[in-house]
Write a protein that binds this ligand. Structure first.
Ligand SMILES: [Zn+2]
Length: 342
């Protein structure tokens, strides 16, 4: 497993008091380095304009990349462009591109992109909801256009609906978008009736929903649909703002719930995609919850169960060997709970 990040992602500054602040990424990076000292860290490259143009239009690229600002400048009431935002946005999108290239080349089976600004609210033409470019959509488009994949899944468990991702792919049957999210909540999309061309599946959850109902929605509705799609690559919009301590929403998840859903997604990735799973950080605004949940999430990817195809003895042999050396997630989660200040 690889972790992609870049120092420039710490320099995107929406201004004092903004929830989407550099300390979020510092918390995630420090927690992962403490919990998993031997992780394989990689510096994220910049996305190219050509790669971004697979999902975004020229006008948005010009706004984000060619506007000179010295102080945080609002693009909408939530979304700001600062002096270093363009560089951060290029590396955040580039992380997903690099991760797709790495898993398709067989250099690793999975990756987590610890980047910001987040991406899933950005549409083809509009930066919104703290998001400049849609990082996960750029990665999905790259997987289809550059690597010729015909079935790419984008799974989104951020507490907000990924309106941008849905909007970008809702007429593209190569990409399936599945999301659980709180409703009502920003951005007021993601109803169960929004189905695209049969490639969109939304499971809105009422404020106050806890882990049991969250798991039921995934177990009975979203995961069976994902399994039936037989994805060749699983991409995850990993937002941790459905945690019970998050200040921006009212779902009541615990870190264990994130470990559970991640394990389920990794199992489906093993079954259909040769284990190819790439996760990108989206939301999450309580720093302690971010630390716990990112460790639970990465731990579940590292310790995923063996579900390889019977007809592939080479992969089975490799995975058996790897599995003996992988850390097990439950112990890691327990450590984080007892040391909340990590
Ligand atoms: Zn969110």
């Amino acid at each position: 497993m690889r972790i992609y990040t870049h120092p420039s992602c710490l320099l995107h500054d929406p201004g004092p008091g903004h929830a989407e602040r550099p300390a979020r990424l510092t918390a995630v990076v420090e927690a992962l380095k403490t919990a998993f000292p031997t992780l394989d860290w990689h510096e994220a490259p910049r996305a190219t304009r050509g790669q971004l143009l697979c999902v975004h239009d020229d006008t948005l690229l010009a706004l984000v990349l060619d506007t000179t600002v010295e102080t945080p400048t609002p693009l909408d009431p939530d979304t700001f462009l600062g002096a270093h935002s363009a560089e951060a946005a290029l590396h955040a999108a580039g992380a997903g591109i690099a991760a797709v290239d790495a898993v398709m080349a067989g250099e690793t089976s999975s990756a987590f992109c610890a980047v910001r600004p987040p991406g899933h609210h950005a549409t083809a033409s509009v930066a919104m909801g703290f998001c400049l470019f849609n990082n996960i959509a750029v990665a999905a488009a790259h997987a289809c256009e550059r690597h010729g994949l015909e079935r790419v899944a984008v799974v989104d468990f951020d507490v907000h609906h990924g309106n941008g991702t849905q909007d970008i792919f809702d007429t593209d049957p190569r990409v399936m978008y599945l999301s659980s999210h709180q409703m009502p909540l920003y951005p007021d999309s993601g109803r169960a009736t929004e189905r695209g061309v049969g490639n969109i599946l939304n499971a809105p959850l009422q404020p106050g929903t806890g882990g049991e109902t969250f798991r039921t929605a995934w177990r009975e509705k979203l995961l069976p649909t994902l399994d039936s799609f037989r994805p060749q690559l699983v991409l995850v919009s990993a937002g941790f703002d459905a945690h019970r301590r998050d200040p921006l929403a009212q779902l009541q998840l615990e870190a264990d719930d994130y470990a559970w859903i991640t394990g389920e997604l990794a199992t489906i990735a093993e079954r259909h995609a040769g284990g190819r799973l790439i996760s990108m950080l989206e939301g999450g605004y309580d720093l302690d919850a971010l630390r716990e949940c990112s460790v639970a999430h990465v731990g579940a990817i590292l310790g995923r169960p063996l579900r390889l195809r019977d007809e592939d003895p080479v992969n089975t042999a490799q995975a058996t060997k790897m599995n003996t050396t992988r850390p097990r997630p439950p112990a890691r989660v327990a450590v984080m709970r007892n040391n909340a200040a990590i």
